[in-house]
Ligand binder design. Structure first.
Ligand code: XMP
Length: 507
């Protein structure tokens, strides 16, 4: 049985980060809504309570009954989680005089406490809270302070219950990993046996059992998630898996051909469908970005449905949905930041059961699983690419000629990034075709041609991003190459906006 830590999510922006940090300790964990503790699951060995956007005394504050957990499993409350456990046991929590935000140094550490083992006085931690615990319930003791926060960490005497008002999951908390290791390994007794190899072994066995001899279809996009899902399923059920890769005409230059070849080399049973003509027809004259997305989404479903019906007796639809997609779709505060980009709507329409073998993995773990499965690095390290592809990078209406121009310019930029060793340093990159023409001069001739913008960003999750500070020499070379080699372009700009307030894509 795979032992696990449960993280009760009270809606903090950093809940996912807690999950990542625990997984980095090779300890399996799951994030569940604050009121959905799986009380009958014997594999749970400890519980972490996350932070929250609310104050414990807010009417809207998320409340949960911990009586089933207390005394049975070790508990660690972080920020709101710490305040909640203190407040509900008779402690007081009040608005902090000045918002306690930013770096602070731990002092007066109780070095005999197992949560604080190996953490030195003066260790930097990250604070971010508007409330503070002003008095603890009876039997709770302070185990660390900072200059502004007397109760930075506490423990309930004779009970495995701790609270920290700082955020150990945040990078700026130097001792954060040590503290989480102390909790997960020493206090909860975690064996740290979670790895890509162990995930593959258990998932393949589960898939074999779940799917038996059933037939499964999977939509491949060329991206990491769907590709890893396909290879994993292929390992479990072999030829009973049929993958469908649709070319909607908005892919990168030669991408359809190259990716299909990669998939065939991986031994996948894959059908490539060139439906670009249909998509071009549907998209003709459409300029509104959301209309473009809708047309492509619907067209994709139609083509996929048609192809899947050619396979006899399919029972399952497999998808490469990953953990952040699930957590974001479940957002308990109702603030969904990014909508789910997968092929929503398909299972209902086709009457298929859904199989999502990667739904509990983070992106870096998906990559680790891909590597362990022996997939080539260039597939694993591929930049994210939007489902509607170049359609949302051509501002205004779409024509085959514009797609050709953009594909050529994009190819020069992306190949350049690879040649200069910069590809792996950026999260994602691409070229945008602008709906402007500008005057230029080539030889003795005046030109009046298109402008393109280069976009390259650094990020860890696409929710925030910074423009990549690419070397000027590189930008100069790419600009020259594009203007000299791509007919129809005479001007190149570099997008230096960060997200927020901009977004990564222009549409
Ligand atoms: P934005 O532009 O919102 O993009 O900063 C965040 C990430 O999502 C990708 N993206 C999409 N992916 N369908 C997708 O599958 C879409 O409609 C879509 N729009 C944006 C974008 O490339 C970036 O990685």
């Amino acid at each position: 049985m795979q032992e696990k830590i449960i993280i009760l999510d009270f809606g903090s922006q950093t809940t996912q980060l807690i999950g990542r940090r625990v997984r980095e300790l090779n300890m399996y964990c799951e994030i569940v809504p604050y009121n959905k503790f799986p009380k009958d699951d014997p594999s749970v060995i400890g519980v972490i309570l996350s932070g929250s956007p609310f104050s414990v005394y807010d009417e809207k504050a998320f409340k949960t009954d911990l009586s089933e957990i207390r005394g049975r499993l070790p508990l660690l409350g972080i920020c709101y989680g710490a305040q909640y456990m203190s407040y509900t046991n008779g402690g007081t929590v009040e608005p902090a005089g000045s918002r306690e935000y930013g770096r602070a140094k731990l002092e007066k550490i109780d070095h005999t406490d197992p949560l604080m083992a190996g953490i030195a006085d003066g260790s930097q931690v990250w604070m971010s809270h508007g409330d503070t615990i002003t008095s603890l319930p009876e039997g709770f003791n302070v185990i660390a302070s900072t200059d502004k926060v007397r109760i930075a960490a506490y423990r309930a005497a004779d009970e495995k219950l701790w609270g920290v008002q700082f955020h150990p999951e945040v990078f700026h908390s130097e001792c954060g990993t040590q503290l989480l290791r102390n909790f997960v390994v020493d206090i909860c007794g975690g064996k740290q046996d979670w790895s890509a190899a162990s995930f593959i072994e258990t998932t393949v066995a589960q898939l074999k059992q779940q799917l038996g001899d059933d037939k499964v279809v999977l939509g491949l996009s060329g991206g990491v998630d769907s590709s890893v899902a396909a290879v994993l399923l292929n390992k479990a059920i072999g030829r009973n898996l049929t993958c469908i890769f649709v070319d909607h005409g908005m892919l990168r230059k030669n991408e359809f051909r190259d990716v299909l070849r990669d998939y065939e080399c991986l031994g996948l049973n894959v059908i490539g469908v060139d439906a670009s003509a249909e998509f071009f027809k549907e998209l003709e004259g459409v300029t509104d970005p959301e209309r473009k997305r809708k047309i492509i989404g619907k067209g994709f479903i139609d083509v996929f449905d048609r192809e899947a019906h050619k396979i006899h007796d399919v029972k399952w639809l497999a998808q490469g949905t990953i953990y952040p997609d699930c957590i974001e779709s479940l957002s308990i505060t109702g603030m969904v930041i990014k909508s789910h980009h997968n092929v929503g709507g398909l299972p209902e329409k086709m009457n298929l059961k859904l199989c999502e073998p990667l739904r509990l993995l983070f992106k870096d773990e998906v990559r680790a699983v891909g590597r362990e499965l022996g997939m080539p690095e260039h597939l694993i390290k591929r930049h994210p690419f939007p489902g509607p592809g170049l359609a949302v990078r051509i501002l205004g209406d779409i024509t085959p000629e514009k797609v050709r121009i953009l594909q050529d310019a994009d190819d020069i930029f992306i190949s350049g990034l690879r040649e200069w060793g910069l590809y792996d340093k950026v999260w994602q990159a691409g070229v945008i075709l602008l709906p402007v023409q500008s005057v230029g001069v080539m030889g003795d001739e005046r030109t009046y041609e298109r402008a393109v913008a280069l976009r390259a960003v650094t990020s860890t999750d696409a929710m925030t991003a910074d423009w990549a500070h690419l070397p000027y020499e590189f930008l100069a070379k790419v600009s020259n190459d594009i203007i000299n080699r791509v007919r129809g372009v005479n001007r190149v700009c570099y997008d230096i906006s960060s997200k927020p307030p901009s977004t990564i894509e222009w549409e």
